[in-house]
Design a binder for this molecule. Sequence first.
Ligand SMILES: [Fe+2]
Ligand SMILES: [Fe+2]
Length: 257
Amino acid sequence: MRLVLVGDIIGKPGRAYLAECFPRIRRELRPDLVVVNVENAAGGMGVTREVVDELLDLGVDVLTSGNHIWDKREVLDFIDCEERLLRPLNYPPGVPGAGAVVVKVHSTRVAVLNASGRVFFPQLLDCPFRALDQALADLAGSYDCAVVDFHAEATSEKVAMGWYLDGRVAAVIGTHTHVQTNDAVILPGGTAYITDVGMTGPYESVIGVSREIIIERFRTQVPSRFQVARGKRQLSAAVVEVEAGKATSMTAMCWRE
Ligand SMILES: [Fe+2]
Ligand SMILES: [Fe+2]
């Protein structure tokens, strides 16, 4: 079974490029399951119902997210009705939405889980290590293979999570920092790991945002409104081959126009 996990979609340029690449993804990568991180998919921040429908219609199977999931307030109105849209599972109890879903791929039940790191994040979320232990225990018996989108800032926290889950899940894919790291590996227990898969959107930018705005912000320390960059686009993804719940190969890829 082949999984394709696509890194953070940045606004309309990211969505348009994903749509343009989708026939090529199908033809060249032949995925059995496509998971896409959508926390920046609507104007660079959050998601709307329309954006979620657009991505599901394209053929994406599961949508993961992260700290930007709540940026468009309307998400609160529909996240409970859309089980294929995940938010990090380590929010406090009672928060709308869910952080895990089990989907059927041919005869294999694949659990997709989404958790957020805590280091350098302002939100006081629950411990992602304990939360993932709990989620995997709760799902025990209902899945044959699991993949985790670990949305975190600190490389140390992400690397630690890879080792922590090694042998228990088929893949731990890092998201959030938007720059693909050169450390894709199959850990000894059979878990595919990458610290960050990278982003999908305009690359002549500062992690997807207009570079002029960000440079000015760093120079002056005056807050300004983020704007999704224009120009040439890229698609960043991880391709993971899974057999009997273990990863057998892992490739990080980036297509650019
Ligand atoms: Fe992001
Ligand atoms: Fe993020």
